[in-house]
Design a protein around this ligand. Structure first.
Ligand code: GUN
Length: 293
């Protein structure tokens, strides 16, 4: 925890990710002792440069913690059936505990058809419609990695959630919607906004916890934040000069917020960490013979 003196405490995602990975490494060691090496398969279709970097980082993170990983790459004009066949084989492969299809898929693909072909107990992204339903009803099987990482950051700083007003700006299936549900499950009063919400500041100014995931550079400024609020910036945007910035104007907002996540070094390092955790969890469940019904 870093106190900047005037204003917010910085929530250091890199530091928390390091601690969480060290704790989960012990669980990998226990699995190895039991003769199980956790395994993750990543499927990537096309040549999206950002996706290629994410996949490379996931493979490196797996290797660092002791998870076996394999990447299945398909060209951008790939046939959906070939990808479905690959997923079916991975579903049946006992050495693979987690399967992840890197998004976005090329336009000829039907996202839900592909994602729902992943075995529920191997869907470490938590994007399968069954897992989404489980999350909605408070029976989470795999929490989607980015909002899961945000919850861990809040908990590591002992930030109270129950009874607080949480405002989520963004409604994506990957971040905004599951984030809102996870906060709701923990007893927050949740408001979901989008970057298009009329008079957005009227909502954000009432937030005790403000999570922003819009992909719009520095759209949240100090005037939109309540004094002492917890501000979580999920955005990662590249400016024309090549530098990275979040959806929150960090320099101004840190003067009024109570806690704030930086970009880079905030939520980003937590996402891959939680993917590792979900893969380890999947391997532990497989070892225990758990069947999800
Ligand atoms: N693309 C952007 N974020 C994600 C993610 O969390 N998982 C997958 N599979 N694809 C993504």
């Amino acid at each position: 925890m870093t106190d900047t003196g005037a204003g917010a405490q910085i929530i250091d995602g890199k530091e928390i990710a390091k601690l969480v990975r060290a704790e989960w490494k012990l669980r990998v060691d226990r699995l190895l002792q039991a003769g199980v090496k956790p395994g993750l398969a990543v499927i990537i279709v096309g040549d999206n440069p950002a996706s290629a970097i994410y996949v490379k980082n996931k493979v490196k993170a797996c290797s660092d913690i002791g998870i076996y990983s394999e990447v299945h790459s398909f060209p951008k004009d790939a046939n959906q059936q070939d990808v479905l066949d690959c997923i079916r084989a991975l579903n049946d492969n006992p050495h693979i505990h987690g399967i992840l299809v890197q998004l976005p898929l090329p336009p000829q693909f039907e996202n839900n058809r592909v994602i729902t072909s992943i075995a529920v107990e191997k869907d470490v992204d938590g994007f399968h419609l069954y897992n989404v339903g489980a999350l909605v009803t408070g029976n989470t099987i795999f929490a989607p990695c980015t909002p899961f990482g945000v919850m861990v950051m809040l908990d590591r700083h002992a930030i109270p959630i129950e009874g607080r007003h949480a405002v989520v700006v963004g409604r994506s299936n990957i971040v905004g919607k599951p984030m809102a549900l996870m906060l709701l499950e923990r007893g927050a009063t949740v408001t979901i906004c989008t970057s298009k919400t009329r008079d957005l500041a009227q909502f954000t100014r009432n937030a005790d916890i403000l999570v922003v995931a819009t992909g719009k550079s520095r759209m949240i400024n100090a005037g939109m934040v309540k004094s002492g609020a917890v501000v979580i910036d999920v955005g990662i945007n590249r400016l024309s000069d090549g530098t990275l910035c979040g959806d929150v104007d960090f320099d101004s907002v840190k003067k009024v917020a109570g806690f704030i996540t930086p970009v880079p070094g905030g939520v980003g390092p937590m996402t891959i960490t939680m993917l590792l955790c979900n893969t380890i969890l999947a391997a532990e469940r497989a070892l225990a013979g758990a069947k999800i019904q």
